[in-house]
Design a protein around this ligand. Structure first.
Ligand code: FES
Ligand SMILES: [Fe+2]
Length: 386
């Protein structure tokens, strides 16, 4: 570990008095990673109750823009309507047909192609072509079902709970990072979805530690220093994070290690070679670098499968340039991602053995322990909650 002098020092602390060591730092059980019952509790008590970050505003810039996201067995539809971006359940109010299958697009009306009910960009039912209804049916009561939506720093959040937790309390001091990297202003220039045959928490572990960089990621290890890294002690109920330095002589995590782009203007000089790995629990990792920002989600599908969604965002001053290209950045991460999913899938196969016993985690894997502790804490709810 090395000390890094930076604007984030005040919230960073690294010593061996940390709570983590009191617990012994042992991983969780076979059931925790593979069990149907644990998965059901996670879907109900974590994904069904917490605020979930789901998208970035730059993907929905104009009225009529939409994106979709599958969460567990459901799906949500984000629409940029007259009042801004709002989330809805992605099914038709008539017979439940999944309204939109595309991941993103732009349309002023959404047509359910089963019996042709048409919705406007505000989720309202516009017409229901020839479907016969008695006088009691009103279009006003048959719009898409809204999901509670909030936006912070350009990140769109949804919450399915009747009585949602306090989002700002959950995010704590995330705003310090969001402001330094101008998160609300950035533009998502690339996204990709990756199916992974592993429990979602094993992916969350993997993307939150750099201990495996030397063995798994030749290109990433060349430019980042897994020894010059540490864990933050962050205020915020749903916030964990760590930092890592780029090696001397490199200024970008890309195939070349270099970048033609100017560093993010609000990131101080002393932080330009620092990567802030900040996770909003349960499932969104930010990789904040002075060259670009990544958002990487893991969305559970079943105890043994998930989808990882990855965004790459850049400063608008840079994307406006004719010479802009994110290819060397995307190429490095796309390769690293496949390397990671292989590790996660094989770990899932290994600990699917009921005789598996959890092992010792090191200080470099402190965030791994924090993620599990947070999930455990939120899935311990009373029986009446599940
Ligand atoms: S299910 Fe959509 S119009 Fe019938
Ligand atoms: Fe990795």
């Amino acid at each position: 570990m090395t000390d890094a002098s930076s604007m984030f020092d005040l919230i960073s602390e690294q010593n061996e008095e940390r709570e983590y060591f009191d617990t012994g730092g042992i991983g969780q059980s076979h059931e925790f990673y593979t069990g149907e019952e644990q998965f059901r509790r996670e879907m109900q008590l974590v994904y069904g109750q917490r605020w979930l970050p789901v998208d970035h505003v730059s993907r929905l810039p104009d009225p009529g823009c939409f994106t979709t996201l599958n969460i567990g067995s459901g799906s949500i539809l984000l629409l940029h309507g007259d009042e801004g971006i709002r989330a809805y359940h992605n099914y038709c109010r008539h017979r439940g047909y999944k309204l939109v299958e595309e991941a993103a697009g732009k349309r002023q009306s959404l047509v359910c192609i089963y019996h042709c009910w048409v919705y406007n960009r505000n989720g309202g039912l516009k017409t229901f072509n020839g479907t016969y209804f008695d006088h009691f049916f009103t279009k006003e009561e048959n719009g898409l079902v809204p999901v509670r939506t909030a936006i912070r720093h350009g990140v769109v959040f949804v919450c399915f709970a009747e009585d949602p937790p306090d989002l700002d309390q959950a995010l704590g001091e995330f705003d310090r990072f969001a402001e330094a990297y101008e998160l609300a202003e950035l533009k998502c220039m690339q996204y990709k979805d990756y199916p992974v045959a592993s429990n979602w928490k094993l992916v969350a572990h993997n993307v939150n530690e750099s201990l495996h960089f030397p063995t798994a990621h030749k290109d990433l290890h060349k430019v980042t220093d897994f020894d010059a890294a540490g864990t933050y002690d962050l205020r915020g109920e749903d916030l964990v994070g760590a930092w890592q330095m780029l090696r001397e002589g490199y200024e970008s995590i890309s195939t070349t290690g270099h970048s033609d782009r100017s560093p993010m203007p609000l990131v101080p000089l002393e932080d330009r070679r620092k990567v802030n790995w900040i996770t909003i629990l349960p499932n969104l990792l930010f990789g904040l670098t002075s060259d670009y920002v990544m958002m990487q989600w893991v969305w559970p599908e079943s105890p043994g499968s998930c989808v990882v969604r990855h965004f790459w965002l850049f400063h608008p001053d840079e994307t406006a340039k004719e010479s802009f290209s994110h290819e060397p950045v995307f190429a490095l991460w796309d390769k690293a991602n496949y390397e990671d999913w292989e590790l996660c899938e094989r770990t899932h196969r290994g600990l699917s053995n009921p005789m598996w016993r959890p092992g010792q985690l090191s200080l470099d894997e402190e965030v791994v322990a924090q993620i599990d502790a947070w999930v455990l804490n939120h899935t311990r709810g009373t029986e009446s909650e599940v």
